[in-house]
Design a protein around this ligand. Structure first.
Ligand code: C2E
Ligand code: CA
Ligand code: CA
Length: 722
């Protein structure tokens, strides 16, 4: 039973220690024993004082016998005479001890009854101080007879290490839940790139469970194309640098998954022991990006790169090597618009796709085919030094396009015009180079179909003129700036006028007189030829009717018709209504068309047939210059051919003569009237007469004349015949 009072006197630990043992001055055996005993006790004291643990000795009844400074501090009893006090007495004096007194007694008893040392953790709480945790060992000491002798208590303050241990396990837990629930895939790899762990997100992304992967090399799931880079970045990380890159793996189900991976070196005690990989599935994102890229840089119809792509491509090309030579070939399909209007847009689209395919086939491997606009394509040809070389290539492109294209079972024949610009001569930047190429193209088109034109600086002036003329033309009909001249055709055998050809004239108030060879092609390209052509037909029919009514005999008039007009679905009705309105007999009207109309397949033929049934005459203008072979002639409902001026010009040469002779022979065998146009000399007239040419037109007889002079012409002509 612990119940002793402390001695009232306060003692410092040292005095207390000194006073605890009797001193002796006798030098005898006993003294020596005492001395040695004392020294060993002193040693022991010193030892327990310097121990980092709190040490308390209690006697068999639980009374405190000795406590080192640390133990005293622990219970705040440095200033208390604790010696001889039992647990409960001491608890009255020490607030720190009070809370644990019972526990102390209990654990003392446990040690006694265990008969050997016990170890446990004890929390010591004291008001106004944070609780401390002790690792306590209690060692019971017994007499030889087994009676209790005393108990040694050693306590080590483990509060701090406990806290850091807890912190460690807390952070471990936090790390685990972070990895576990992270939406990104997290994995750990050893130094050889073998999986150590994967989180559920990685299981989801890859379709594999940890058992499938742990211990296996991560490279085994990467697709072969990414092996090299993935290994490179892994090694990079092992040098201590985090790195982010993209790679692709194969999902357990076989499909490819694109990942953005961040590798972070895994360090333990400053040494790299592995790699953390944080992966994001970017497959969808990549797909969307690709789609956006496709939409922005590729044409959806043909799949070819588009304008934006070309611009980007060229800027990069020029940036990489400003010294390199390349060339742009602009390709524009002739009359594609009409074809589209006539056959419908889906046929037009199908044809464009075939053209794209054809261009992909003719280009060289490194060259780039681009869909520039509607029916305009462009080929960027690499490493060309001379325009001759590009021109030769362009001709092979035209040749390839000349083969028939089959759309919905129908054969289409197309032709194209080509404009060429060369880098760096025709433009040192993409924009200038493109403009030069386009200028060359516009010129090629103006010169007729199926032409190749290489850019020259003088072209630039011409196209700005085109714009001016085009703008002025827009208002020409409404402002009454257009009128007609008439060029007569003659019977060379009796000198009589057989008919008149209406030829359009335009005097613009701002630009002056403009040549039809300049503004007609422009009107055709822009579609303005449709209203203009209607004006010509209406005016010519009305004038001829008035001359007939005035008694000049049975006058015939020929009106030039562009292909574009014939492509109008209501063209035949329009002709019919003009005849109705003006009251001109259909047989007095002749329409001059070019044979290129026949290239528009059956459509052209059916319009001609319809016109025939209206009763108008049809003649082939500029005959011999088109592509249709002469054998077509028998299938076409025409009444006349006009031999082109270029053949008439050559008629005095052997070859030219042979050609004209052949044309006349053929035409006559088909009962067609043959007219020679552009006849300027008496020699030409003589040769044509020898060849039995039916009619002649040209400056030799008459230039085109204004309508006011037509009356005079008839008077002269009748005089001649009379
Ligand atoms: P085209 O139909 O072949 O008309 C003949 C052209 O040759 C006319 O030129 C005429 O003045 C010219 N010419 C006639 N005889 C001679 C000659 O002996 N020597 C020379 N050097 N030239 C001669 P123009 O009037 O300048 O017309 C040029 C072209 O413009 C026409 O060629 C035709 O394709 C087109 N054109 C003229 N008027 C119209 C029109 O009302 N509608 C349509 N669609 N085209 C027209
Ligand atoms: Ca004509
Ligand atoms: Ca002609």
């Amino acid at each position: 039973m612990e119940g002793h009072k402390t001695s009232g006197e306060k003692k410092s630990p040292s005095t207390k220690r000194a006073g605890a043992y009797p001193a002796s001055h006798e030098v005898d055996e006993t003294t020596v024993k005492w001395e040695s005993l004392r020294t060993s006790e002193e040693r022991l004291r010193t030892l327990i004082q310097t121990l980092p643990d709190a040490v308390v000795f209690k006697d068999a009844t639980g009374r405190w016998m000795e406590a080192n400074e640390l133990a005293q501090q622990t219970f705040s009893i440095q200033d208390t005479r604790y010696m001889g006090l039992d647990t409960l007495h001491l608890a009255e004096l020490s607030a720190a001890y009070r809370g644990s007194a019972h526990h102390c007694n209990d654990t003392d008893e446990q040690a006694w009854s265990a008969g050997k040392s016990i170890r446990f953790e004890q929390v010591i709480e004291e008001p106004n101080r944070s609780p401390r945790i002790f690792d306590v060992i209690k060692v019971p000491v017994f007499h030889d007879d087994g009676n209790r002798r005393g108990i040694v208590i050693i306590g080590r303050d483990i509060t701090d290490s406990k806290a850091s241990e807890r912190m460690l396990s807390d952070s471990e837990l936090r790390y685990r839940s972070l990895v576990q629930y992270h939406p990104d895939a997290v994995l750990t790899l050893d130094l050889y790139g073998n999986f150590l762990s994967i989180n559920p997100a990685f299981e989801r992304i890859s379709g594999y469970c940890p058992q499938d992967l742990i211990g296996k090399s991560c490279v085994s799931m990467v697709i072969p194309g990414c092996w090299h880079s993935t290994r490179k970045y892994f090694t990079f990380t092992l040098r201590g640098e985090p790195v982010t890159y993209e790679t692709s793996i194969r999902h357990q189900g076989g499909r490819v998954i694109q990942l953005r991976v961040t590798n972070i070196p895994m360090r333990v005690d400053g040494k790299i022991v592995g790699v953390y990989g944080i992966c994001k599935d970017i497959t969808e994102q990549k797909r969307a990006q690709e789609q956006i890229h496709r939409m922005a840089f590729y044409d959806s119809l043909t799949g070819l790169p588009n304008r934006s792509y070309l611009n980007k491509y060229m800027s990069e090309l020029v940036l990489q090597d400003p010294q390199r030579n390349f060339s742009l070939i602009f390709i524009d399909l002739d009359d594609f618009k009409q074809m589209n209007d006539t056959f419908g847009h889906s046929e037009g689209d199908a044809l464009l796709k075939l053209v794209a395919q054809c261009l992909e086939e003719v280009k060289r491997r490194r060259d780039l085919v681009v869909r520039w606009a509607g029916d305009e394509f462009l080929i960027l040809v690499h490493d060309v030094s001379s325009t001759r070389e590009v021109k030769a290539f362009s001709l092979s492109v035209l040749e390839a396009l000349r083969k028939p294209f089959t759309v919905s079972g129908q054969q289409f024949y197309i032709s194209a015009s080509i404009g060429i610009s060369m880098y760096p001569d025709d433009g040192e930047d993409a924009e200038t180079l493109l403009r030069s190429g386009d200028t060359a193209l516009q010129l090629a088109k103006k010169q007729g179909k199926n032409m190749v034109e290489v850019y020259k600086p003088s072209f630039h002036r011409m196209t700005s003129r085109n714009l001016q003329v085009g703008n002025a033309l827009r208002t020409a009909v409404a402002n009454g700036e257009l009128n007609l001249h008439y060029q007569p055709k003659y019977n060379p055998y009796n000198g009589c006028v057989t008919g008149l050809e209406a030829l359009l004239r335009w005097r613009s108030p701002t630009l002056g007189v403009i040549d039809p060879n300049e503004f007609i092609p422009l009107a055709e390209d822009t579609g303005m030829i449709v209203p203009i052509g209607q004006y010509v037909l209406q005016t010519a029919c009305a004038q001829v009717k008035s001359w007939t009514d005035a008694g000049y005999g049975k006058v015939h008039v020929a009106v030039n018709i562009s292909v574009r007009q014939i492509q109008q679905p209501d063209f035949v009705e329009m002709v019919q209504s003009v005849l109705d309105r003006t009251g001109l007999e259909a047989s007095r009207l002749e329409l001059e068309i070019t044979e290129s109309l026949l290239l528009r397949a059956e459509q052209g033929l059916s319009v001609l047939t319809a016109l025939r049934s209206v009763g108008v005459k049809i003649s082939f203008d500029d005959f011999g210059t088109g592509y249709s072979s002469l054998r077509y002639l028998q299938d076409v409902p025409i009444q006349a051919v006009k031999i082109d001026k270029s053949f008439v010009d050559q008629i005095t040469t052997e070859r030219g003569y042979a050609i004209v002779a052949a044309i006349i022979g053929l035409a006559q065998s088909l009962q067609l009237t043959v007219v020679a146009e552009g006849v300027e000399t008496i020699q030409q007239v003589e040769v044509l007469k020898n060849l039995k040419c039916d009619e002649i037109q040209g400056f030799y007889y008459s230039r085109p004349i204004p309508s006011e002079q037509v009356a005079m012409l008839f008077i002269a002509s009748t005089q001649k015949t009379s």
